[in-house]
Design a protein around this ligand. Structure first.
Ligand code: GLA
Ligand code: ZN
Length: 681
């Protein structure tokens, strides 16, 4: 648990006093106190200030600020400042500058802009981390390390090309094996020499495809480049991590992740973080269930351990096309949404709104007017008071789910690098469809990696499990044999980890488990649809549902056919099957259904496995979770609607920790309000 040194839900956020004159600092501290802010993330973009040239380091401002904050009871989440390199470095050592997708050498500018394989970047970023840790290792205000910031972006420079070849040597051992993995016999791409291999970019194999995708002639190359770039940035993180841990082995370290961020394989990253932290920026039209899924994905990165909400805006953003304000109550509600799903911190970007450059219209606790008499400040202060009163009650409490949704970055990359069968297929959207159906039914789910221990789950859902990595088919077979219920969908079991098709019929390695053969895959136009005709409707299932996008034409090889297609030349072929396998069952949904189907079918499947909803009933727009600790369950009920609703708790009863109100059976919950019900045992 990270919060030991400050045993409450940490409250604060990014604070950039290095961008302000000193008189402002005291005002800030005065207002932090009013708002109940007890953690400040310092030094995120101060590299240029800390190191004005190659040999000079100046930490005077930081010394003073660390002391001031500590004297005022505000702990520090200390960043290493390496997310934007200083101008002198770019001038003197151009290898820090990236080469972009179109082969252009970048000039100085922007942020998150250093080549991960630049010797200069690695040398100076590590040196900076080392100096900071040496300097502040005994500072009583230091709570946690924030390594760099929002790692991301790919580089295509010559240093990266050389490092890519090294990475490939390690992964494959020989050029012959690389050629085989990438199937370079296609289009005569045989590589004769390691030097023949270049990064896949718009200069070589890739181009900008439709629907926001990267298109490529060689999925194998592109996939390995994603892995390699993710690993390269992770190397940079690890070098800094080691540098700070050398001085402060007991201070936790993290870097702020970004939810379903495609470029980095966060399952791999999470192993190197002491605690997961992430930045949550939903748009005003982002479904609440999508945000919920992101929190669950972040919680799942480290086996369900609590995570940090590192950033969210108190009011609005600046980088979306339309940066609406969070309506009154929404900041509080969304903060608790994070807590409900496992966050042990509530932190903002930013504490004070900047005066110039692109984030001056980004929301902040302290707005441009500079005083505390604003709606946003008052809401922040009110939340600060509540979090203070909650104390340590919820810290380290765990969410327990009986359903797991499998998420895999390699699979995501491969699905969306695929040329055909459709550009409409978006991996995270398919996961979200299943997640949303469970969310609406108040059924808790974990979002976990393929490496997760599945034995505690009664139901495992793996939408579009296109890539079957070594050992996965066997793992799923064992899970089902032992009594588990497994659900997968169309376009699954097709390729191995190099994106080479498993021959002998789809779904390849999953064929035995699923008891089906997919002979062909039809792709529908967005304007087209088919139907899923249920053989035995009733008991919650209707007779027919719309479906589309992809339709696998499958044959049963022992699986029971539960529904079939209603139209086209494959009318009557199976659309939903279940195969009994050992003590469990494996379902195959051969097409992408309308939401109503999943909303009817998945809760029914859960009920058949004895997985109960968290409340007896709640109207649309109400979100529920449970966190447990020391045998006590805390039921969160959040009302995302602007209007009051009635929620039926069923047989559960308890006290709302926020209002002190006793709750049982059914009760009214105000618009954009929530309960944290400490349930009676
Ligand atoms: C990210 C960054 C911050 C800031 C915010 C703005 O999360 O980490 O530095 O730019 O976005 O929303
Ligand atoms: Zn590079």
């Amino acid at each position: 648990m990270i919060n030991e040194r400050k045993p409450k839900i940490w409250y604060g956020g990014d604070y950039n006093p290095d961008q302000w004159e000193k008189p402002v600092w005291d005002e800030d501290l005065r207002m932090f106190k009013l708002a109940g802010i007890d953690v400040a993330t310092l030094n995120v973009f101060a590299w240029a200030r800390n190191q004005p040239d190659e040999d000079t380091y100046e930490f005077g401002w930081l010394d003073e600020m660390m002391d001031k904050l500590h004297a005022d009871g505000v702990g520090v989440c200390l960043a290493t400042s390496t997310a934007a390199h200083p101008a002198w470095m770019a001038r003197k050592y151009p290898d820090v500058l990236r080469v972009d997708f179109d082969g252009r050498k970048r000039k100085f500018g922007g942020r998150h802009n250093s080549c991960p394989n630049s010797p200069t970047y690695r040398k100076y970023s590590v040196r900076m981390a080392d100096k900071l840790a040496e300097r502040y290792k005994d500072h009583p205000g230091l709570l946690i390390w924030h390594i760099s910031n929002e790692y991301g972006g790919y580089c295509y420079c010559d240093n990266c090309a050389a490092a890519f070849r090294e990475w490939l040597r390690k992964r494959y051992g020989s050029l012959e094996r690389v050629n085989r993995a990438w199937n370079t016999a296609f289009w005569g791409h045989q590589f004769y020499d390691w030097e023949d291999i270049v990064p896949p970019s718009s200069l070589s194999e890739e181009w900008r495809g439709p629907n926001g995708r990267t298109a490529t002639s060689f999925q194998g190359i592109s996939l390995d480049y994603c892995r390699f770039q993710s690993d390269s940035l992770l190397e940079c993180y690890k070098l800094e991590y080691d540098a700070v841990k050398k001085h402060t082995p007991d201070i936790p370290a993290t870097t702020n992740l970004m939810g379903a961020f495609k470029e980095l394989d966060y399952h791999k990253w999470a192993k190197e973080l002491d605690v997961v932290s992430w930045d949550n920026y939903p748009g005003l039209d982002t479904p609440h269930s999508y945000t919920a899924m992101m929190h669950d994905l972040m919680r799942g990165l480290k086996d369900g351990q609590p995570f940090m909400l590192m950033e969210q805006t108190p009011s609005q953003q600046n980088w979306q096309p339309y940066n609406s304000l969070k309506r009154p109550g929404v900041m509080r509600l969304w903060s608790y949404q994070a807590v409900a799903r496992g966050a042990d911190t509530v932190m903002f970007f930013q504490l004070r709104r900047s005066i110039g450059a692109c984030e001056k219209y980004h929301g902040a606790v302290i707005e441009h007017v500079g005083h505390e008499h604003t709606r946003v400040f008052k809401e922040c202060a009110e939340l600060g008071r509540e979090l203070f009163e909650l104390g340590d009650a919820l810290l380290d409490a765990r969410v327990k789910a009986k359903v797991a949704i499998l998420f895999d970055w390699d699979n995501w990359w491969a699905v969306e690098l695929s040329s055909g069968p459709t550009v409409a297929l978006k991996y995270v959207e398919e996961l979200h469809k299943a997640y949303d159906a469970l969310y609406k039914a108040n059924i808790a789910a974990d979002v976990v990696s393929l490496e997760a221990d599945l034995s505690g789950y009664d139901l495992v859902i793996a939408p579009v499990l296109y890539m079957i990595k070594p050992g996965i088919a066997q793992k799923l077979e064992e899970y089902v044999s032992a009594g588990g219920t497994f659900v997968t969908t169309f376009f699954s079991g097709i390729v191995n980890e190099s994106d080479l098709v498993t021959l002998g019929g789809y779904p390849g390695e999953l064929r035995k488990l699923l008891g089906i053969w997919a002979e062909e895959i039809d792709a529908l136009l967005p304007s087209q649809s088919n139907t899923i005709v249920v053989r035995n409707p009733g008991d919650g299932l209707q007779a027919s549902y719309a479906c589309g996008m992809l339709c696998d034409l499958i044959h049963s090889e022992g699986a029971e056919v539960v529904a079939e297609y209603g139209e086209d030349f494959y009318a009557g072929m199976p659309a939903l099957t279940v195969n009994r396998f050992g003590n469990g069952e494996a379902w195959y949904l051969a097409t992408s259904p309308e939401a109503a189907f999943l909303q009817d079918w998945l809760p029914k499947l859960c009920a058949s496995r004895g997985i109960a909803p968290l409340v007896a009933s709640a109207p649309e727009g109400v979100e529920t979770t449970v966190r447990e600790k020391d045998g006590t369950s805390y039921l969160f009920v959040l009302n995302h609607n602007a209007e009051a609703v009635s929620v039926a708790l069923g047989v559960q009863s308890g006290v709302d920790m926020l209002s002190g109100r006793n709750l049982s059976e059914a009760a009214e919950l105000a618009g954009r309000d929530l309960w944290i019900v400490k349930l009676d045992r």
